[in-house]
Design a protein around this ligand. Sequence first.
Ligand code: MOS
Length: 732
Amino acid sequence: MNAYVGTPTSRVDGRAKVTGAAKYAGEFTAEGLVHGFVVEATIPRGRIVRLDTGEALKVAGVLDVLTHTNRPSLADKDEAWKDEVAPEGSPFRPLYDDLIRFNGQPIALVVAEEWETAKFAATLVRIDYEQDGFATDLEAERGSAREMDKPHEPRGDAKAALAAAPLRHEADYLIPTEHHNPMELYATTTVWESDGKLTVYDKTQGVQNVQKFLCGVFDKKPEEIRVLSPYVGGAFGSGLRPQYQVVLATLAALALKRSVRVVLTRQQMYGLGYRPMTIEHVALGARPDGTLDAVSHEAIAVTSRYEDFSRNDTGWAEQLYKSPNSHFSHKLVDLDVSTPCDMRAPGAATGVLALECAMDELAVALKLDPIELRLKCYSDRDQSEDLPYTSKQLRECYARGAEAFGWARRAPAPRSMRDGKELIGWGMATGVWEALQMPVAVRIVLTANGHAEVSCAASDIGTGTYTIVAQVAADALGLPIENISVRLADSTLPQAPVEGGSWMAASSAHAVLGAAEDIRQELARLAKAMPGSPLANLDAADVTLVDGMIASDGKDGAAVSIADVMRHSKLERIEKEKLNQFTEDKSHARNTHSAVFAEVKVDEELGVIRVTRVVSAVAAGRILNTKTGRSQIMGSVVWGIGMALHEETMMDHRFGRIMNANIAEYHIPVNADIHDIDVIFVDEPDSRINRMGIKGLGEIGIVGVPAAIANAVYHATGKRIRRFPITLDKLL
Ligand code: MOS
């Protein structure tokens, strides 16, 4: 019975969010709460030789200034600092020692009665450094790139095939560093409870990840630290790893035995949390008919000197398009910067941007329609593993998207379409992402009044987890959605990993289904045992929960109300917890796909670019909620517009310091930049991927968007911009 799943159900947490009832990490308060303000390093590499906190401590209202010299103890071993998504290496530890590893590194925390006092006193902390030589420029350090991971197995001989190909396209695409700018700042309120235990409200995508991390760092027992994050104001990768403010707030709480809040400023957020700059080199060799002979994709990305952060930039071409010869490599350059972090569709957002621009350039060289070229190399099997897909409706995405966009009316030559002073460009690109699942446990408590509480430690980072969990539970328990309450993001609740990778919908939905199934079994058993039960002769497998009843699946109409069964059994509540362990099926590839179409209008005299239309046709299995799902894709499209035209972290490499650490100079799209966005969900039944056919949404929405826009800009202007973002100066 699907009363809710698949429908445009409104967010169950919508009212709390728009009325301000929803509380975020930096809004929780406690008796005697005090505030910490971070002092940051102003050099990229070196050592602190003197740190004078005397003046700061004299300010009325300042309670303490914590530094590496006077802090409470922190774990020494790397292992204690490794959270569940930490990359290889030795994680950063705030206030650990006198070493400076990146500009903007926290080196002191001023704690005061008032935030303003702490902020002022922070300006009085005097620091002398011994500066070392440093490097922050990826392009300048390109020569020191080292091979990451085990190299991909090449297919055939790409080098020879490229040399022999009748048509070739080869180019570098540069994608700059991009910083996370969620609405909610990095924030933690650590509450010092009367028994000395800590309750930590943190802006995070994984409360249990943060809880385990804090227990390791501060050598605490699990029952001594509880972490909550009931609402998250955008995260999308920035909250996957515990950020340093959660360490500082907790460190200060332990030092002062008081409740402490640390909220970073927008500027301070640029000290961490970014998509690493990449240089993507793509080479394609083709025959005149558009079939590919060779694909080569090499990526060079930034990482810090202390951790190896890398994501799959180059695997997408390997998987997506048919080519007998292929070569892939991924290299890292160690720089004096903080470790990069995940940002919406990490790896794919960048790698596919380069790939899909290159495919467009190849289509131009071949005088083929861009969709035609992609259909020529279309593969029904994952090329890298030579596996079939659980489902792949990408062909349908191309067709439905093209139709909705009106692609057939496109005049192929650049600069051939215009609207008054504006040149019109139409471009398209393919999107691809993974369909992942993780172990998640859910507890359902059904009470005799016909209400169910569903709980799980998973976060809802704004993507709609509260709502889909309620929808799936309501359907599985046969109750109206109003009778379902959902509790999330508390480390004491049943097990969940970080919410990321677009894996939470499939993972949580099946855990809900599992727990509801156990409740159904229990109710069926009790119902059969009631004297004179109309279900007495039925198997537990033959009854369904519907409309508050335990009902026979057959035509006999036999049913007993849940309330009657519980009353008769003298039960106030039935509680079931289920861990959804899925088994990874290695026989099939699992991916989501999209076809993105973009229209740009470019002012010929001023170079101003407007993205006037985007059509995104997405194939992502069963869509649990067409309303929140559409919002997911729209949000991602907006971010894709930012990637194409606006976002760029600029660094002054003479000082190894970011120049535009604010949203006045780091541009993200605003409402006036956004015009028509049309989201199409292509039907994609998938009975193999999991019981409900769910693949997960969100990240697929950004992949392909910046390439479609870049390709549209080329079509409008005849100018191919390979250094992102495409700002107007590059068109003049
Ligand atoms: Mo996502 S970048 O896994 O929040």
